[in-house]
Design a protein around this ligand. Structure first.
Ligand code: PLP
Length: 461
């Protein structure tokens, strides 16, 4: 397979304008400007993105775990256009709209258990902020105004606004402290490098018990909520045993703490179930969702809240939630999400994710013969390949070695998009064909082989 040729026939003006005016979120400007890192995409279909030069890239990570239904769905665009022509917006403070009601109703029917009340937002960070505020207000309204603390897991990712970042903030942030007061971090399930040196389920249960210990240390009367992704992508995609989440449920119930599962990445078929929570046979008090809710066709997110949690607002009729987001439940975004979920049902996308996930996982297992592949993990079309310098010691590649970014660059040159840090992610749209999955594995395989040849003298050190 040939590398993507940069046929600079198309307009370099647009690229210059991008470099001059677009703040691409977390990529160093110099990398974009001097290292061939800038891509300006023009259109897309299925699992393929096409840049302004006509170069095609297979989307190995669905944008950012977003485009679950695949690119180029004209019918979602049509539904949005129709809604925009009819009614785009009504105040989210006091009113709602037909598509918002229909979407909330649909979500209540597919969410686990009695998560029947939806608070709409625009993005994942907002959903997390909202869930934390709901938890604090509900605790106060139940008679526990001192319950303000939140326990998150080290290495997790919950977003970038200050509250969400404070939950994320276990990762040595340099510039943004001090963080929101009262957030504490505990170990996260990890079957490859468990914090307690324990194998499998025993390590998971120890992580859950550690949360209980943290609650006791803080004083249960001060803790509002525990939050975690069912399967944390940021933390390396370790799939915990169901006992982990069941144990956390028991612990939270015992201490009067609310349990929030952050399904911003996991939700909407990514793991082979509609919600990853379903793998664990338990129900949280709240689920945060975003990304796959509209497959990226519109910025929409939400917090699903259980009846038991919402009931306090029925009991104390004079009190409303002190939280308003202008664009929460915007009608055009709701129309996009509704059409997206209709496609999910019509095409059996959740089932496709489960089946294709099994297929690609088996193919990825074949990469273990590489001297730098330490582990392969996954569930549904949510897979990860962990890269190490030394398989025996599980030593990671130092960032300065440049190994993982070289792998990523090669993958990119061969016409595929993903993210490669310690973990290389494989999470294409749920519609990706088996031939495309084969191509994804082949590109990773070749990129590893070539980079390993370049770093031969450092491997195993
Ligand atoms: C688990 C999780 N929660 C929250 C967020 C924040 O979402 P957003 O970037 O839409 O604000 C993300 C983003 O990747 C996420 O992975």
């Amino acid at each position: 397979m040939g590398d993507v040729a940069n046929s600079s026939a198309a307009t370099p003006v647009l690229e210059q304008e991008a470099l001059d005016h677009v703040w691409i979120h977390t990529t160093e400007w110099i990398r974009l400007a001097e290292q061939d890192g800038l891509h300006v995409f023009d259109h897309a279909h299925g699992s393929t993105l096409v840049d302004i030069h006509g170069n095609e890239y297979i989307d190995g990570i669905s944008g950012l775990w977003v485009v679950n239904a695949g690119h180029g769905r004209q019918e979602i665009g049509d539904a949005m256009a129709e809604q925009a022509g009819k009614l785009a917006y009504a105040s989210s403070a006091s009113y709602t709209t037909v598509p918002a009601v229909q979407l909330a109703n649909k979500l209540a029917s597919i969410l686990p258990g009695d998560l029947n009340r939806i608070y709409f937002c625009s993005g994942g960070s907002e959903a997390v902020e909202s869930a934390i505020k709901i938890a604090k207000q509900v605790q106060a309204m139940r008679g526990f105004p001192k319950r303000y603390k939140v326990i998150a897991r080290r290495g997790s990712y919950h977003g970038m606004t200050m509250g969400a970042l404070s939950l994320t903030a276990s990762r040595n942030e340099t510039y943004f402290g001090p963080f929101v007061y009262g957030v504490y971090h505990t170990p996260s399930p990890n079957h490859y490098r468990n914090d307690f040196g324990l194998e499998g389920e025993a390590g998971d249960i120890m992580c859950a018990n550690y949360v209980e210990q943290e609650i006791i240390n803080q004083g249960p009367e001060t803790v509002a909520a525990v939050i975690g992704e069912p399967i944390s992508s940021a933390n390396g995609l370790h799939v915990p045993s169901p006992k982990y989440w069941q144990r956390l449920r028991e612990i939270c119930d015992k201490h009067g703490v609310l349990l929030i599962m952050d399904e911003v990445i996991n939700g909407f078929g990514r793991t082979g179930k509609m919600f990853a929570t379903e793998h664990f046979d338990m129900q949280p008090d709240m689920i945060t969702m975003a990304k796959g809710l509209s497959s990226g066709y519109a910025p929409i997110a939400g917090v699903a809240v259980s009846d038991r949690v919402f009931d306090v607002f029925k009991d104390k009729k004079e009190v409303a939630l002190g939280h308003l987001l202008t664009f929460g439940g915007q009608a055009v975004a709701c129309a996009a999400a509704l059409k997206n979920l209709e496609i999910f049902e019509r095409e059996g996308l959740v089932q496709q994710s489960a089946e294709k996930g099994d297929y690609v996982y088996e193919r990825l297992e074949g990469l273990r013969s590489h001297p730098t592949v330490g582990d392969v993990r996954g569930l549904g079309l949510f897979c990860a390949v962990e890269l190490v310098q030394n398989k025996d010691t599980k030593a990671k590649w130092a960032k300065e070695s440049g190994f993982t970014s070289k792998v990523d660059e090669r993958i990119n040159k061969k016409g595929m998009l993903t993210r490669t840090w310690d973990v290389l992610h494989v999470a294409p749209p749920l519609t990706t064909s088996k031939e495309e999955l084969d191509r994804i594995v082949q590109i990773i395989d070749e990129s590893l082989t070539e980079t390993e040849a370049e770093y031969a003298d450092q491997i195993g050190k």
